[in-house]
Design a protein around this ligand. Structure first.
Ligand code: FMN
Length: 367
């Protein structure tokens, strides 16, 4: 499957504009989501043997998830499960609908297996996302795997009003997803990453936990995770770690895209790397794994870490697991390797686990 994608589909897709291909693919998946036959065909093609993982009080059929940003508007919710993903993270969504940055804003660097994007949270806003999620439920098409929502800040919202906006989006979407990720690490909203500072993040988390307490009466609170940038120093990461217990964080997501660039001799690659935005894909693999390892050590494995950044092979995924990731996500790998990647990863992880316990493998190379 991956061979066919790489050699037949990819050359055709990569000859076209990156965002256009993205939109067309999502349009197709949105259509397929509502078509019984297409969902069944995808299930048959991408059927993945179970590799169950328990984390955040949720049961994941396998540890390989869809990363945030791929389905910002939740247009293809049932298809992610049909494609074998063990969970999906929808969004990023902001309080207000906003168009994002001017196009072009998504670029490929093929020799490096990388993407540069400065989408800038283009999305229809939290209320519209809530309507779409309700529609999937009403149509009986809600997946059985855990669904998370990635929350961002609207460009027009001043930083000091961020806690109110995150809490409001959380309130709007609270009943509609299994976990929530506070995204304060996207490089494409001016000053957003300043919200990774301890006191700013603390205010956001306090506001969200107040909503959790209010809406969660009689029900367990919704797991809240924080997604971090790979560009933070270990000291800055430690500040975030210091909020895990007091703010009852259910996990950490490591990492978002990086603003750094690898050195590249190739002229075309250099041109892509001069584009402003966040870099994802292969050049991010080792740094994001390093961040996973650091977070695992600093939290002493007390909260699950979702490892994301440059996962293209089962070896990449296993490295993140043994560094401390309980769950894995992919974005760029899916673009470069195609939908067969999910099964390849699950099979490769199962093989490496060799009948052992998942919880024993997590962090085994970081202790
Ligand atoms: C086009 C694009 C859009 C993204 N949008 C978001 C987003 O809205 N929220 C977020 O937290 N991460 C977003 N990301 C980051 C990914 O979720 C992921 O953290 C990053 O790409 C690293 O993983 P990868 O190397 O597998 O792509 C986006 C990435 C790309 C390429």
């Amino acid at each position: 499957m991956s061979w066919l994608y790489r050699n037949i589909a990819r050359p055709f897709l990569f000859a076209q504009d990156s965002e256009m291909v993205h939109n067309q693919t999502l349009g197709m998946l949105a259509w397929a989501s509502r078509c019984d036959g297409s969902r069944k065909l995808a299930q048959a093609l991408f059927e993945t043997a179970p590799l169950p993982v328990q984390a955040m009080g949720l049961r994941f059929p396998n540890p390989v998830g869809l990363a945030a940003g791929m389905d910002k508007q939740a247009v293809a919710v049932p298809m992610w499960e049909a494609m074998g993903f063990g969970f999906s993270e929808l969004g990023g969504v902001t309080g207000q609908a906003q168009p994002g940055n001017p196009q072009p804003r998504m670029f490929r660097c093929v020799p490096d297996g990388a993407l540069v994007n400065r989408m800038g949270f283009n999305n229809g806003g939290a209320a519209a996302l809530a309507e779409r999620l309700k529609a999937w439920r009403n149509e009986g098409l809600w997946p059985s795997h855990p669904v998370g929502i990635n929350l961002g800040k609207s460009k027009i919202t001043p930083l000091e009003e961020a806690p109110t906006e995150y809490a409001q989006s959380f309130r709007t979407l609270w009943a509609l997803a299994d976990f929530f990720v506070v995204n304060v690490s996207s490089p494409n909203t001016p000053n957003l990453r300043q919200l990774q500072d301890k006191s700013a993040l603390d205010d956001i988390l306090a506001a969200m936990q107040a909503v959790n307490a209010e809406l969660g009466r009689g029900e367990p609170p919704k797991p809240i995770l924080v997604k971090v940038a790979p560009d933070l120093s270990f000291d800055a990461l430690d500040e975030i770690v210091s909020l895990v217990a007091p703010r009852r964080l259910s996990g950490l997501v490591a990492t978002n895209t990086t603003i750094t660039r690898p050195t590249q001799q190739d002229h075309l690659a250099q041109k892509t790397y001069r584009e402003a935005g966040g870099l994802s894909g292969r050049p991010l693999t080792s740094r994001s794994t390093e961040v996973v390892r650091h977070l695992y050590r600093q939290t002493r494995g007390s909260v699950p870490i979702i490892g994301v950044g440059g996962v293209f092979t089962a070896a990449d995924a296993w490295e993140k697991v043994t560094a401390g990731a309980s769950l894995i996500q992919v974005y760029s790998g899916l673009v470069y390797e195609g939908p067969g990647l999910v099964r390849d990863l699950v099979e490769g992880l199962t093989e490496r686990l060799g009948g052992g316990r998942w919880s024993d493998a997590v962090g085994s190379a970081a202790r």
